[in-house]
Structure formats: C-alpha cells, structure tokens
Design a protein around this ligand. Structure first.
Ligand code: ZN
Length: 208
C-alpha cells in the first residue's frame, strides 16, 4: 500500500528507529509498502521512519535491482566523495554531501536471511543516506551547501543565482523546455518552509 511520506519537521524523522525482533508478515508488509511508496515517488531509497514507522528497515534500488534491509549495519567504509543528494522528506531541496565512496553493509533481507552487500557510487551514497534515517539523521545535517530547485518554462523570466554555473534544463511531458534554477538556501529557511507545509497538511489543506 502506498503511504504518505512524512516531511522534515515531523518528529519521527528525528527519532532513533527500533530494531526489528523477527522478520514476520508485518515486516514484509512494511517492506512492500516502502517499495511501493518509493516507486510511486520515483525515489532511489526510502526508510521506514519516512512513512511514520520507527523500525530499522529501508529499501533502495539500483536500476532494476531492489534491496530491502532489516537491522542494517555499515561494517566498512572506504574513500570519500562529494555528491548531490535530495530526500523525499524534503521535496525540492538538494545539497552537496560528502560520503564514503564504498560501503559494506550487513543486515537481514525480506526472508529474514543474513545478507551482506558491497556497493559503491550512487548506491553506496543511497545506503548511507537511508541508514542515517534510522538514526534520526538527515543529509542536511552533513552540509551547509543547500539549495532549492525551482522550475520555470523557457520564456519566463528566470533569475539565475549569482555565480551559479550549474543551472540545468529538461523537457516536460508536453515537450516544453523547462529551466531548473538552483536557489541557495539555509537549513533554517528550509525548516521553516516544511513546518508551514506540515501545518497546512494538519489543517487538511492539500500540499501535493
Ligand atoms: Zn531521505
């Protein structure tokens, strides 16, 4: 079942998730819900606290390969690399984050069997990001280099942030060229924005 993704500012994202005692039907259902919600939101990974469940479980994908990890532990980290991250709990926000280039992770799979994966690059980044979620840590805690992604149709007047060489563009579903603008921001500004979104959600106004 597709679940609502909680936003930064909701308490559960800052709480340490509890270990799973037994990989039973309820845990498999949680993994299925995480997977469905991740796909629906077009994300690369999703951790249980992001759908309001304080358990040490996350899912991730690498192309067609799907990972589900229960009680994961990162047992080795090698190298360092800075790369761009976003989070489904902070839509529209991105940041540059330093992570280990390669990690070895251990945990239980959907069937409760012990598994170990050695991954690198984007998948290693994703695993470290999702693992952090289980400890109440968000990628914004690791960086001050944050920006909002704003979109505008070509033709519309777009103010590029001064000194930003990385403005990008894409074509939307109607074939229109859309320019993406990166607007630098601070964590405090981002937090204030998401608190407003959450308040609107609680008043029953749709934020999506
Ligand atoms: Zn995230």
């Amino acid at each position: 079942m597709r679940r609502r993704i909680v936003l930064m500012g909701e308490e559960i994202l800052r709480q340490k998730a509890k270990p799973v005692k037994v990989v039973d039907a309820s845990v498999r259902r949680l993994i299925d819900d995480l997977t469905e919600t991740m796909h629906a939101a077009d994300g690369l990974g999703l951790a249980a606290p992001q759908i309001g469940v304080g358990r040490r479980v996350f899912v991730a994908r690498d192309g067609d390969r799907l990972y589900a990890l229960v009680n994961p532990q990162i047992v080795a980290r090698r190298g360092k690399e800075v790369g761009v991250e976003g989070c489904l709990s902070m839509p529209g926000l991105q940041g540059n984050v330093q992570r280990a280039k390669e990690v070895t992770i251990r945990g239980l799979d959907r069937a409760g069997r012990e598994v170990q994966y050695e991954v690198s690059g984007l998948t290693a980044r994703c695993f470290q990001h999702e693992f952090d979620h289980l400890n109440g840590v968000l990628y914004v805690d690791h960086t001050k280099d944050l920006w909002w992604l704003e979109e505008a149709e070509q033709g519309a007047k777009v103010e590029l942030p001064e000194g930003d060489e990385e403005a990008d563009h894409f074509e939307d579903e109607d074939g229109r060229r859309v320019i993406v603008v990166r607007v630098p921001t601070t964590l405090a500004e981002a937090e204030a924005w998401f608190h407003e979104e959450i308040a609107a959600h609680r008043r029953g106004e749709s934020v999506e």
